[in-house]
Design a protein around this ligand. Structure first.
Ligand code: ADP
Length: 246
């Protein structure tokens, strides 16, 4: 009996520690987000204001600040999302909007940041959806960011958006390094990284696709991957539009 009591108190202590850890990460991620946003904003303003007047070396330095603050912002955003998911407070605030405009905007932003790739829309049509536009933006940023990052030699990144019955289907296709078949099953798991320890380990948290899957599933949709190692990948998600409000 004494043993049972002590196991129970160990478990509740561990649960409490786990909760404190989650809370700590959530607070830290929030606290660090503001300074990073400020740094990124100033780096952008400086490079726009000084643009042609900068020496190539200083231009490279500003670009490095811009790139790295962007990376930090992404890491923190993924960390905050993952914590919110595990704390059960990952919010979806839905409204009706045109998914095509949002996808086009995300593709435009990704294209501007990836001059060595051709990020483009190959098919799109206006589709009114009832969804969380911020989360949809995040989802597109994760998929497009990965498509660029895991295509180190550049190449086309083709995005398409079409409606099939009451589902909006979006796909992001790249011609990058692909994902080995035996690692595809775990790709949406929290912290899973398929290229750890290989020449294609470009760093990251393994949280992006976990957050992406959660966003899609919280909207009642599904996300899937098809990939050929060495040839490229296509991520496709389907979003029910049935409850879009006009
Ligand atoms: P991260 O990119 O931060 O490691 P993600 O959760 O976004 O985490 O992706 C998980 C893993 O899936 C990556 O580490 C990578 O191995 C693989 N991956 C994701 N997107 C692609 C892609 N477009 N092409 C090839 N591999 C990918």
């Amino acid at each position: 009996m004494v043993g049972a009591v002590s196991v129970a108190s160990d478990v509740s202590e561990l649960t409490e520690l786990d909760r404190l850890k989650d809370e700590f990460i959530r607070v830290m991620a929030h606290e660090l987000k503001t300074p990073i946003t400020v740094l990124k904003g100033y780096a952008t303003v400086l490079s726009q204001a000084l643009g042609p007047g900068l020496s190539p070396e200083h231009a490279r330095m500003l670009q490095a600040i811009d790139r790295n603050t962007e990376r930090l912002a992404r890491l923190f955003s993924e960390l905050i999302d993952a914590q919110q998911i595990s704390l059960g407070c990952f919010e979806i605030i839905a409204q009706t909007f045109d998914l095509a405009s949002l996808v086009e905007e995300a593709v435009g932003e990704a294209a501007a940041k990836a001059p060595r790739h051709r990020v483009r829309i190959v098919w799109s049509e206006p589709i009114a959806v009832f969804a969380d536009p911020e989360r949809m933006r995040e989802l597109m940023q994760i998929l497009l960011g990965n498509a660029v990052r895991y295509s180190p030699n550049g190449g086309d990144i083709d995005v398409s958006l079409a409606q099939f019955d009451s589902v909006a289907r979006v796909s992001v296709l790249d011609h990058g390094i692909g994902i080995p078949r035996d690692r595809q099953d775990r790709i949406f798991q929290r912290f899973y990284r398929a290229h750890t320890g290989t020449a294609h380990d470009y760093g990251g948290t393994g949280l992006g696709l976990y957050v992406a899957r959660t966003i899609v599933e919280r909207h009642g949709g599904t996300i899937a991957l098809e990939s050929d190692e060495g040839r490229g990948s296509v991520f496709t998600f389907g979003l029910p539009i049935g409850n879009a409000r006009h």
